[in-house]
Design a protein around this ligand. Structure first.
Ligand code: NAP
Length: 449
């Protein structure tokens, strides 16, 4: 592994095609025989540090259409939180289902699961039939794994019945020194970013792009007002940037002054601190408080000069969904990709049908959408929102921090990269965007501007 790393750091990644790939590599895993370890424990008390391991696993061989990548850096996504607490179900159920689908899928059905749905790295080996990529190419990966044997996936690959999220519903994910992906997951690494910066965005940026911008999502327009829950978090920090980029106005909801400051540094002006304002949308476990929806809607109008949101960017789910449907403008869109606080949503349907609103379900992104989202990063229009970067050995602690909602933006993980700051191949472009890159490093004092 050291020889591979030396070639990459020396700036001669093309060499890696000639170097031996090790038989084993280190990855962050779960164990199938521990999947019941948290039975009876409340969600918030399940501790990822107890379930996650860092260990050596055998290196998989790339099959036709697959690529083995040396992972320089990865990042923590919320799906690794779900995996680590075995909610809503142990991910071994996904691996077992994939195992039954095909001989290629059977390689994923193992008693351990290497997690992680983002990477920045270097192509090491290509399986048969992989033409666009060669050993030595510097890449990022999006997390959509599809088979495309069925007609349904050929209009929008997210509709493939064999659609899976890599490193969550498949094995050999990115929180590791090596990773196995399909060739059509790869995209060019933005040359002006370091490895850890380049690895931060893929999953959340692509998801937010489809959710907000794509014709498959809310079709953001110039001038729209967009309510963004969790606006300093993983999804929200990219949604805020996409809204600003698209000539629209974000109204950012956060839960602390520090998180409000993150949004301000991204350029948002309308911010609601939900903790300071003390919204309690649920009176008790079964009853929502419409008075609180109204109080929230009034605050929104105060901030926007009387406008209701054209789009509500939803992911907290149960706790906020009733309010989201209520505050969206007539004809507005509530677009949802998750249910962090609970999957069973209730809302007052009168506000939906009488005011002609629509609820749109959305999930990750197809290759075209992920590519378009990555292109915005390559162009320096969207910036990584890293708050901290940890070594692979501290992944479990980082997942714990995200589970407790103590982070801002994204938490990066150094896999093979020995330190931060490596991997910039286009110093000129970096110099042009350095001020913005510093400003978007959430949780840090910006160096300039
Ligand atoms: P994240 O980095 O943890 O950010 C989530 C943000 O949501 C937090 O910063 C928090 O902000 C806010 N939040 C949490 N609980 C809330 C509540 N009860 N009420 C209001 N706001 C709340 O996670 P993420 O990466 O943005 O992901 C968010 C969710 O989307 C997760 O469940 C994740 O699994 C899911 N997701 C789905 C897809 C998909 O393709 N379907 C893709 C990415 C993520 P404040 O505390 O500051 O308000």
């Amino acid at each position: 592994m050291q020889e591979i790393l030396d070639a990459i750091i020396a700036g001669t990644p093309g060499e890696v095609g000639r170097l031996r790939v090790p038989d084993f590599y280190r990855g962050v895993t779960l164990h199938a025989d521990e999947a019941t370890m948290f039975d009876g424990v409340a969600s918030g008390d399940k501790d990822p540090r107890k379930s996650l391991h860092l260990e050596e696993v055998p290196t998989p061989q790339p099959a036709a259409g697959e690529v083995l990548v040396a992972v320089l850096a990865s990042g923590i996504n919320h799906n690794t939180v779900w995996s680590s607490i075995f909610e809503p179900l142990p991910t071994f159920a996904f691996l077992s289902r994939y195992g039954k689908a095909s001989p290629q899928g059977a390689r994923h059905d193992l008693p351990f699961h290497v997690l992680g749905s983002d990477l920045a790295g270097v192509v090491l080996r290509c399986g048969e039939g992989v033409t666009p990529w060669r050993p030595g190419d510097e890449v990022v990966a999006h997390c959509l794994s599809v088979e495309l044997h069925h007609p349904d996936g050929h209009g929008d690959t997210m509709l493939d019945p064999e659609q899976r999220i890599w490193g969550f519903e498949t094995n050999f994910g990115g929180l590791a020194e090596l990773a196995l992906v399909k060739a059509n997951q790869l995209m060019p690494k933005p040359g002006h970013l370091t490895w850890e910066e380049a690895a931060a965005s893929g999953l959340v940026n692509s998801t937010a792009y489809r959710q907000l911008v794509s014709a498959n999502g809310a079709r953001l327009k110039q001038g729209d007002t967009v309510l963004i829950w969790g606006a300093s978090g993983g999804l929200g920090s990219y949604a805020t940037q996409l809204v600003l980029n698209g000539g629209a106005t974000p109204v950012c909801v956060v839960s602390s002054p520090e998180k409000a400051e993150v949004c301000r540094r991204m350029g948002a002006e309308l911010i609601i601190d939900r903790s300071a304002e003390g919204y309690r949308f649920w009176r008790d476990e079964h009853t929502q408080d419409q008075g609180e929806w109204r109080r929230f809607g009034t605050r929104l109008r105060e901030l926007t000069g009387g406008e209701d949101p054209d789009i509500v960017f939803e992911h907290p789910g149960r706790e906020t969904f009733g309010a989201s449907v209520y505050v969206a403008r007539r004809g507005g869109t509530i677009v949802s990709c998750a249910s962090t606080s609970g999957f069973q949503h209730t809302y007052d349907n009168r506000y939906l049908w009488m005011h002609l609103k629509r609820i749109v379900g959305t999930h990750f992104a197809n290759y075209r959408e992920a590519w378009a989202a990555n292109r915005l990063i390559v162009q320096g229009r969207i910036h990584p929102t890293l708050s901290e970067v940890v070594p692979l050995e501290q992944t479990a602690q980082a997942v714990h921090v995200v589970h407790r909602n103590l982070h801002q933006g994204k938490v990066g993980v150094l896999c093979l990269a020995p330190r931060e700051g490596l991997g910039v191949r286009d110093p000129e472009l970096r110099a042009r965007h350095q001020t913005a890159i510093n400003r978007f490093r959430t949780g840090r004092v910006p160096a300039a501007g």
